[in-house]
Design a protein around this ligand. Sequence first.
Ligand SMILES: *Cc1c(COP(=O)(O)O)cnc(C)c1O
Length: 368
Amino acid sequence: MARIGAFPTERRVTSADLPTMSPQITGFHKQFASDNTAGICPEALTALAAANEGFLPSYGEDPITRAVCDRMRELFETDCDVYFVFNGTAANSLALASMCQSYHGVVCAETAHVETDECGAPEFFSNGAKLLTVPQQLGKVSADAIKAMVTKRNDLHFPRARVLTISQSTEVGTVYSADEIRQLTAVARNHGLRTHMDGARFANALASLDCAPADITWRSGIDVLCFGGTKMGLPVGEALVFFDRALGEEFSWRCKQAGQLASKMRFLSAPWLAMLKSDVWLRHAAHANTMARLLAEKLRAIPGIGAPPPQANAVFAQLPPAVMTALRDKGWYFYDFIGGKARFMCSWATTPEAVEKLAADVRACAAC
Ligand SMILES: *Cc1c(COP(=O)(O)O)cnc(C)c1O
């Protein structure tokens, strides 16, 4: 078994079969800790239930999985190879492992999820490739920082830099423009590096940029994309997209060995198909971004509170420690371990009422 589906193919996804209406998002909640605290969006849930009909081939040989792989090739306007794994750590780690030998180095921001939040999985799955962290500004790496790292050493006592990985959107909620990505991948390529994008929040990044998915991936020099599904409203699952198909040649085996090959693959892939129809994914992501913008606006209007305009779905607010404590006492959930700021993360399920009420409580807490 090599790749799933074929391209071009007669088995094309047609636009008509799934509901295109945005769900009514109503109700009040106090959960802003992460976008993965939200449930499954209605379209994905409907697709999941619909996929539960009868018997279908397993391990990705089913027509639903084939259809979503074809849809991905349409979406990205290129003949890429697509795989599904259960989570983002596996997606990143297995992608990087397939781009590296054990003696290679992976250049990343010091704030990158692969460095700070994956428990050494990229190193583990690559049998020892070393993450080479570089300074960042607002979560983004610069061409100069990459150049400095890859030219620092070229003796055999230091890992050989082979991959650049960037996050889109970044861990601190910023978004790389297509131009910025092109500059970084050009430097990488000049020094013999391949390029990987951690797109756990690819949907939010794309929704905030006015461009095609291809423009910020392969057309800007990205070789492999981890396309996040979970945070955009799927029950579980991330897609791995190999624009350079040679890099994914033996990925099926790597994926299976790592325990990431779903036997009932249709339940990973069916929600993807629903999301990618009629831009459902982008509408949900745009909603999350809008909620973040709204929250930041409301917070900025409060004396003493700083909240720069978000580029994607995360609001990072400068709140006095006493205000954070008071908010938690009122039952609000958010993180404060990233950059010393309060992080409020919005999702497809974030409601305007919750944003309204949160801002009102911040105002009340800041006043006492
Ligand atoms: C959430 C996230 C991931 C994936 O994390 P898992 O918990 O392993 O699914 C990867 N990268 C970034 C930047 C993330 O925010």
